[in-house]
Design a protein around this ligand. Sequence first.
Ligand SMILES: Nc1ncnc2c1ncn2[C@@H]1O[C@H](COP(=O)(O)OP(=O)(O)OP(=O)(O)O)[C@@H](O)[C@H]1O
Length: 252
Amino acid sequence: MNSKLAIRDLNIHFGDNHAVKNVAMEVAENSVTAIIGPSGCGKSTVLRSINRMHDLTPSARVTGTIMLDDTDIYGRSVDPVTIRRRVGMVFQKPNPFPAMSIYDNVIAGYKLNGVLKKGDADEIVESSLKRVALWDEVKDRLRTGAVELSGGQQQRLCIARTIAVKPEVILMDEPASALDPISTLKIEELIEDLKSKYTIVIVTHNMQQAARVSDVTAFFYIGELVEIGETRKVFTNPEKKQTEDYITGRFG
Ligand SMILES: Nc1ncnc2c1ncn2[C@@H]1O[C@H](COP(=O)(O)OP(=O)(O)OP(=O)(O)O)[C@@H](O)[C@H]1O
């Protein structure tokens, strides 16, 4: 397996709360890994550690190593901004910039980071929107506000904004949980399509979704990684009783 991410001895505290305990896992390049587990087990906390989002939370303390290829994400000389460019994130609630047009939302990452030539911007907007299958729906109204889109379209726009800056890894925190079934299906199809180019880690509460979209599933319980393996195996023949109890709906 060609590892894109290698997590070792990961511990995360919020003050006295030891939220993530001794986690070790690897994520293969161009794969989809689903993180599942009951509410509060640390799924989002692990996900956010992969692009150093906890840097923004004063009470958070992260120890251990997370290797992104050969880069230790928490290495002393590593700039978190560089990491966030390489590791993009999509949130539960679509969060386009409300004052910006569809067009400007797609290239927002460049606007914050410097100048972009008009021709290059046009090309990035078109290719990113095509990649998320939104181009045909919005190509005639690129200058209208992003908030005029439906929730599902907004989420695809946010994914377009994420991929526009050419990340290597995309983290998704319950990206479809605020969407209707048809929009959810579109996001799931998109995930399948995106993995040819990106490495994806997705947190989901929806076990059918985990089973549909992921190659590998990691089951967490009270801050610990209980089991990680090929999704088909985890769902049909888990190694641990806790995993089996969770996926069969006995708790959670
Ligand atoms: N910013 C924060 N400040 C303090 N504690 C936090 C913070 N974020 C998470 N925690 C704590 O870390 C633990 C794990 O939370 P986390 O959100 O990762 O769980 P989760 O599995 O993603 O839950 P859910 O499925 O409900 O979203 C919880 O005890 C939570 O209270």
